[in-house]
Ligand binder design. Structure first.
Ligand code: SAM
Length: 372
């Protein structure tokens, strides 16, 4: 199978590295994701295990496309009768950028017509009830390059299943997992988020630390595709992935605190829903008063930026407090994501490493201040 793992801008390289670790072949990062070759079983493993990607798509056609006729022919050439069940609910979504064809709606309707014409031709059926499983099909045109793909994931991969309530400015799970990956923290070490909000960073660190697949407890669209389940024993793959979880690796390692009682209530609920109760400690405390007993560790945080929460001055005072927090913990490194260019000045020292990332549409920097 030729596949595409889509990813937020800036995370493509991390996703490519994850794919290689999962055994995918011919991995190539590109804008918005990474393409790869895999067996059906590996593609399912990617759905279960990828931490930083948004979706896994099965690529069915890729070619230059300059007209609706070319689009129709390219979509019709895909052997849909092999992929779609008789009662498939066929949902075509579209994307067009810098291409000759720029009407998403027309591309969607031409593609749907091409799929149904092909099915009529090859199966002899004339009625398509579309009452069965959902088959999300993506038709995208970028600089006249057409890609037709079947979504294997369904709901995006960041929907791990543990978050049911959003706080004021929650971090997307996939970005939180990326920050854990980019930080110097490794399983077995202490990690603390001093402004943990709804708990996304500690939870993602715990999943990573325990080698727990983020998708192990949820369903994927491909599990309802007969062509896919004929090739992969999804229950067996899921069970073997679940068996690899080892909570002993994170015992006493991961914690978070926050000033706000309401955010903590949500964080505790998410920890419980993630099945991590007793494995991640959370408490209410302003970071100005935080003093941890451990000699070494990593602070990982997503403090308010001023754009969305609180005003800029208050946020900058908080960055100063983060600097003091690290000074009180000389064996600890501190990593923070912020959109405020004044972060380092307020923090009181230059970061040892920086990386540009996007939190939604907000351009941010991920700053690493090494232990001293
Ligand atoms: C951007 S939110 C963090 C969101 C979190 N990463 C999540 O996924 O939900 C920033 C958090 O910093 C907390 N905060 C602000 N000032 C604080 C302080 N002085 N001490 C501790 N936490 C603080 C806020 O209560 C808020 O929950």
């Amino acid at each position: 199978m030729r596949c595409l793992a889509t990813a937020a801008f800036g995370l493509e390289g991390l996703v490519a590295a994850e794919l290689k670790r999962l055994g995918a072949q011919q991995v190539r990062a590109e804008n918005g994701g990474a393409v790869f070759a895999a067996t059906a079983e590996q593609a399912f493993l990617c759905c279960l295990r990828l931490r930083c990607a948004d979706r896994v798509l099965l690529l069915l056609a890729e070619e230059e496309c300059l007209s609706f006729e070319a689009l129709y022919q390219a979509v019709r050439a895909v052997p849909w009768e092999k992929y779609l069940a008789g009662d498939a609910f066929i949902h075509v979504s579209g994307k067009c950028a810098r291409s000759q064809l720029m009407s998403v709606r027309d591309c969607q309707s031409v593609s749907k017509r091409a799929i149904l014409d092909r099915l009529r031709d090859k199966t002899g059926r004339s009625v398509f009830p579309e009452s069965g499983a959902h088959y999300p099909i993506e038709v995208s045109l970028h600089e006249n390059r057409l890609r037709v793909a079947l979504d294997l994931t369904g709901e995006a991969l960041n929907r791990r299943g543990y978050r049911t309530w959003n706080g004021e400015a929650p971090l997307r799970e996939t970005l939180a997992a990326a920050l854990v990956e980019l930080s110097p923290w490794r399983p077995g070490q202490r990690l603390h988020d001093p402004c943990c909000g709804t708990g996304t960073l500690p939870i993602e660190a715990a999943l990573r630390g325990a080698h727990r697949a983020p998708g192990a407890e949820r369903e994927f669209a491909c599990e309802r595709y007969p062509f896919f389940t004929r090739q992969v024993d999804v229950a067996a793959v899921r069970a073997s992935v679940q068996a690899e979880t080892d909570y002993a690796r994170i015992e006493g390692c991961i914690s978070g605190s926050d000033l706000d009682a309401e955010a903590l209530t949500l964080a505790k609920r998410h920890v419980r829903q993630a099945g991590l109760e007793g494995k991640v400690s959370l408490w209410q405390q302003p970071l100005e008063e935080l003093q941890l007993p451990d000699a070494e560790g990593v602070f990982l945080c997503n403090p308010p930026y001023g754009e969305r929460l609180g005003d800029r001055k208050t946020c900058q005072q908080l960055y100063r407090q983060l600097g003091l927090l690290q000074k009180r913990h000389p064996g600890w490194s501190l990593c923070a994501i912020s959109s405020d260019p004044a972060f380092e000045r307020c923090f009181g020292r230059r970061a040892d490493k920086k990386r540009r990332l996007y939190n939604g549409r907000l351009e941010c920097e991920f700053l690493i201040f090494a232990a001293r």
